[in-house]
Design a protein around this ligand. Structure first.
Ligand SMILES: Nc1ncnc2c1ncn2[C@@H]1O[C@H](COP(=O)(O)OP(=O)(O)OP(=O)(O)O)[C@@H](O)[C@H]1O
Ligand SMILES: [Mg+2]
Length: 621
């Protein structure tokens, strides 16, 4: 389906408003025609001292309309219109004309208002729906999509591109329709007065159309480029702000600055190239219009001088009509630019809307708890673009309900990948994962994730109050419950010391909190959710021993009575685990309890000695 047709589908629900708006536009255009029609009675009074209803003084040298059958109708219309103002007394006729001008402008203004209000409401509703659709789709895209594309580009889709679509919708629904109608009405007036002159004046249009058509293709191409460059700027900005600590720590300001300036430079070039063509397009179109007008002035003036079926009053009216056509023509040529720009933006928006969502099983099984076990059965996983090597290979793990299994292994062994599979952030390339015998792919996605509390390595906090961060997803919970969760997570003391306690806003991504405080907030969040399954990716960052102890006892409160899969870096967590699974390069190389594994020679023993007894040879943590 074409981009435009797809956009129009968004308008369908409001077709009644659209129809009413179209009617008002038509009435507005009609009354715009009447406003210039007022020239006729006015000039007649001035030139002849009275309104002359029935005669065209000069005998017509050519048929007065293109379609002879309309001639009588045309005369009636003219007589009827002039008759409205006819009066014995010239002054009273003049007064009638003045009153007429007042009324006609009033009506024109009223219809303009009604049309604008309806159309703008319509346009804003369409834009809201597109934005909402985009957000919904973005939320449902698989994690892999976000790894592929930059956040800045996605943000630019929702902000910049939608704004461009809005400009286009606005221009199409208000300016384009209105100006097209005005053009039609003025053209009708011109034809009404003198069709040969009118036809002559219309010769310029095909020339104009040819010109704009050629330019518009180029404009569309340039517009796509500068929009992409704009997205690049946003992306750079976003990356730098998100990583500002690292940028500063590595003194990379100049480097980031250079990358940013390269992006703004690219935008400058592509935008100027676009504007150079866009700016030139309008005056050239206007100049072409002026050439046409001159031709018409010449031909019409000659007709009046030779008395060939055109009175001076009629010619004034004709000129007014043609001059009034200029503005709509110019606006319409500008419409084209915006439409081209909007269409390429809309195409990018639809590209996101067409991205495939996370697979959600239809009518999936709903689970409330884990009765028996979670099983990884011969699970393998390979990342797209992972260079052909598997991140996980033939992994078999068994987590009985209510127990805690710790995953250990060197960096890159596949630990995070493994827990991602359980929450279905990704699906295994081979093998399957089951909860009480049900393949996770057959479980309703919301219900599956509802079973899990996930505490990630990097704590994610929102720029909101402490309270709302702990109650994320559980806004129904009372303050008491939130306090209790915070207490279990050893977070209550520091929260109460904050300026507004639980209502303190924690700043963008929680930057105002220490690492240990952030971890304890994340733990409180999981405790409040009270999930049957817990996935814990322990932070590798080292904390001072006091804060370490606080986090540690928070973790103990958290894992109690839950089926837990923990990526463990702390000795105390490892000791508590019912079983330890050692991963290396995507494979399970050892399994057992801490004591069993320490008794055997192998990776676990080596890792353990390296990590906890740095003097034994490793770098330590
Ligand atoms: N999004 C991704 N795309 C491609 N490859 C990835 C992606 N994420 C991880 N990998 C690769 O998969 C392998 C396993 O990564 P994973 O994050 O599971 O390791 P990990 O055991 O959690 O390591 P760490 O202890 O450092 O967190 C690594 O070789 C990594 O480079
Ligand atoms: Mg990891």
């Amino acid at each position: 389906m074409s981009t435009l047709a797809r956009l129009l589908r968004y308008v369908v629900p409001w077709w009644r408003d659209l129809a009413a708006a179209l009617l008002f536009t038509f009435l507005f255009a009609l009354f715009s025609g009447v406003t210039i029609g007022m020239i006729l009675p006015f000039t007649q009074i001035l030139f002849e001292g009275k309104i002359d209803v029935d005669t065209i003084r000069e005998p017509a040298a050519e048929p007065s309309t293109l379609i002879p059958a309309l001639a009588e109708w045309k005369e009636k219309l003219r007589a009827g219109f002039l008759g409205l103002f006819a009066d014995e007394e010239p002054r009273r006729a003049l007064a009638k004309v003045c009153a007429g001008v007042f009324v006609v402008f009033l009506l024109k203004g009223l219809f303009h208002y009604l049309h604008q209000i309806l159309m703008i409401t319509l346009q804003e509703r369409v834009i809201k729906r597109i934005r909402d659709d985009l957000f919904l789709r973005i939320e449902r895209l698989p994690i892999a999509y976000f790894e592929r594309s930059r956040a800045g580009e996605l943000i630019s889709r929702v902000t910049n591109d939608v704004a461009l679509v809005k400009d286009m919708v606005s221009v199409l629904f208000t300016e384009a329709i209105q100006n097209a109608m005005l053009l039609l009405v003025f053209a009708a007036v011109a034809l009404f007065v003198s069709w040969p002159l009118a036809l002559l004046s219309f010769v310029i249009f095909p020339v104009l159309a040819l010109f704009t058509g050629k330019v518009s293709r180029r404009l569309r191409k340039y517009s796509t480029r500068f929009q992409e460059d704009m997205a690049r700027i946003t992306a750079r900005l976003q990356e730098t702000i998100a990583g500002i600590r690292i940028v500063k720590a590595f003194s990379m300001e100049r480097f980031e600055q250079a990358k940013f300036e390269e992006a703004t430079g690219g935008y400058l070039r592509s935008y100027l190239r676009f504007k150079r063509v866009a700016i030139l397009a309008s005056p050239i179109a206007e100049q072409l219009g002026v050439v046409g007008a001159i031709l018409v002035l010449w031909a019409g003036g000659n007709r009046v001088l030779e008395g060939r079926g055109l009175e001076p009053e009629g010619f004034f009216l004709f000129l007014a009509a043609v001059l009034n056509m200029m503005q709509p023509i110019r606006k319409l040529s500008h419409v084209n630019t915006l439409v081209q720009q909007g269409l390429s933006a809309a195409a990018r928006v639809f590209l996101v809307l067409d991205e495939e969502e996370e697979p959600r099983p239809e009518g999936g099984v709903r689970l409330r708890e884990v009765r028996d076990e979670i099983r990884f059965e011969n699970v393998s996983f390979r990342y797209d673009g992972g260079g052909g090597t598997s991140a996980l290979e033939d992994v078999d793990i068994h987590v009985p309900a209510g127990t805690m299994v710790a995953l250990v292994g060197p960096s890159g062994a596949g630990k995070s990948t493994l827990v991602d599979l359980l929450a279905r952030f990704r699906d295994p390339t081979a093998g399957r994962i089951t909860i009480d015998g049900t393949d996770v792919r057959a479980i309703d996605l919301g219900s599956l994730r509802g079973l899990m509390g996930i505490v990630t390595q990097e704590v994610v906090l929102f720029n909101d109050s402490v309270r709302d961060n702990i109650a994320y997803g559980r806004s129904d919970r009372s303050l008491e419950a939130i306090r209790a969760a915070a207490a279990a997570a050893n977070a209550d003391v520091f929260i109460e010391k904050m300026p507004q306690g639980y209502d303190t806003r924690i700043g963008d991504r929680g930057l105002r909190l220490s690492g240990g405080e952030r971890q304890r907030l994340a733990i409180a969040r999981a405790i409040l959710k009270d999930p049957p399954i817990l996935i814990l990716d322990e932070a590798t960052s080292s904390l001072d021993s006091e804060s370490e102890a606080l986090v540690q006892s928070a973790v103990e409160n958290l894992v109690r009575n839950r089926t837990t899969l923990v990526i463990a870096h702390r000795l105390s967590t490892i000791r508590r685990a019912d079983r330890i699974v050692v991963l290396e390069r995507g494979r399970v190389v050892q399994q057992g309890t801490h004591e069993e594994l320490l008794g055997r020679h192998g990776l676990y023993k080596r890792l353990f000695e390296m990590q906890f007894f740095p003097s034994a040879g490793g770098a330590g943590v």
